[in-house]
Design a protein around this ligand. Sequence first.
Ligand code: SF4
Length: 352
Amino acid sequence: MTIGRPERTDLKGMTLPEMEAFFAAWGKEQYRARQVFRWIYRRYVDDFAAMSDLSKEFRALLSDSCRVSAPPAECIETSADGTEKYLFRLEDGEAVESVLIPDGDRRTLCVSSQVGCALACSFCATGAMGLRRDMTSAEIVHQVCYAARRLSGRGERLTNVVFMGMGEPLRNVTEVSRAIGILLSQHGLGLSGKRVTVSTAGIIPEMLAMAEKVPLSIAVSVNASRDEQRSLLMPVNRRYPLRELVAAMKRIPLQSGRKVTAEYVLLEGVNDSPEDARELARLFRGGRIKVNLIPYNPLEEAPYRAPPPEAVDRFREILLGAGIQAITRERKGADIRAACGQLRAASGGNRG
Ligand code: SF4
């Protein structure tokens, strides 16, 4: 017979004010929360016994009533270009993926915010899964702790976090906002807002609300120059059409020198024509918008192909010629299905 202990409260995923309030209910001072917070997010410790500057009694109390969740990375794949993909097995058996992308001095972690996604973009493996559930702030932030700890073990530092993994972060705003609070807290992961990017398929009200609340970087998956084309690729366009979306992108409050990123996945014969590039330039005119061009990363089951490099260059040159900043994103991790749009973690013993 197993005698279980009562459900312990997970401290991971609580924001600092939430943890302060939680300890205050025990009659503990505010600085206790800062101490525990630093252990979890600065030193990546999940065992209370190792939190050596806490009193013995407090550690015992914490061990009895609390825990710090740390879902294991069940599988780690490393690409020839150094990109790493982690598959985390969550407590209910679901699975999500995160991707660590090294680039010069940068170490960028692409995190997931939902298990699957309801938005069903036609070029995306996650969309094909449908939405299984939202992730908790603990599950979201754990991906970052895991990568940061792994990097610190080899003398490196995580520099950037992008919400471009599985899921639409603005369809899970409450948990994503809590996770962002921890990423930006000086007692937490201590990242600056410009190094944290929320990427959305274009959920306009939540995008504007979040941009007004927190000085983050915002990226928008645009992927088309016309409504009919975008609605076919991204059904969410029927709710938030392209012109309204671009108008909202132009209203996002930005610090000086900053721009909103428009992500544009190039699909051969679908959205990669010179006319598409010219139309996109017309749409973006007058906005502080830069374009990331992403040649499509093939999926066996999808009916798309990447354009040849000349078509990608021609598209970019048209944008540049119209005064729109545009770069072509290097394809990273495609050999381990870690590239943009390729994430599709299998769940509950159903991998393959
Ligand atoms: S591209 Fe993003 S929003 Fe679209 S289905 Fe994939 S995960 Fe969801």
